[in-house]
Design a binder for this molecule. Structure first.
Ligand code: PNS
Length: 171
């Protein structure tokens, strides 16, 4: 009998992906045989980047990681995890403030798919303060975010905010 592949799903909005996300992806890729980064369509949020843009940015960020692939997540995460045969859902924890929301989601996902465990990985302390929202805010107002996001994402942010008037400082 062949060895069972330990597959994990790392879901998120990734609007846009940050160095914190990449840190978690790298950690998960070392712990599991395969990692599927699942980019949520998430109808409740109005994303800055389209689903296609977010998938493409993550594919570029993960191209050096042979056991990581990127997919779109449209629908229930628990069902997606079951469909791809994952044994775990990975989430990054930055601070205690993340916990309540994460606990709620993990509990619901356990009810929906009891055989899939949620696995929390601690983000490197360097990225403990980092979020996609804060990156967008700083980039929109013309601040430097090059050290907070992968280079291809920094480029996309620059293009996004110079092609709109949103981040243009008033004279
Ligand atoms: O990066 P985020 O925005 O914190 O990610 C949230 C995400 C995408 C993991 C969550 O919204 C999700 O799981 N969406 C898929 C739909 C779903 O299954 N919702 C119920 C979660 S208990």
């Amino acid at each position: 009998m062949g060895e069972q592949v330990r597959r994990a799903v790392y879901p998120g909005s990734f609007d846009p992906p940050t160095m914190g996300h990449l840190d978690i992806i790298q950690r998960a890729a070392q712990l599991f045989d395969e990692v599927i980064v699942a980019v949520a369509v998430n109808s409740q949020k109005q994303p800055l980047f389209s689903l296609e843009e977010r998938v493409e940015m993550l594919q570029e960020c993960c191209k050096a990681l042979g056991n990581v692939r990127v997919a779109a997540l449209d629908g229930l995460l628990a069902r997606f995890a079951q469909q791809v045969g994952a044994c775990a859902i990975v989430r990054g924890l930055r601070a205690v403030s993340d916990f309540e929301y994460e606990f709620q989601m993990a509990t619901m996902n356990r009810q929906l798919a009891p055989e899939v465990d949620t696995c929390f990985l601690m983000t490197h302390q360097q990225y403990a303060f980092l979020s996609s929202s804060i990156v967008k805010e700083v980039a929109r107002l013309g601040g430097a975010v090059d050290h907070l996001v992968p280079p291809n994402v920094a480029h996309k942010l620059r293009v996004k905010f110079t092609s709109t008037t949103a981040g243009t400082p008033t004279p």
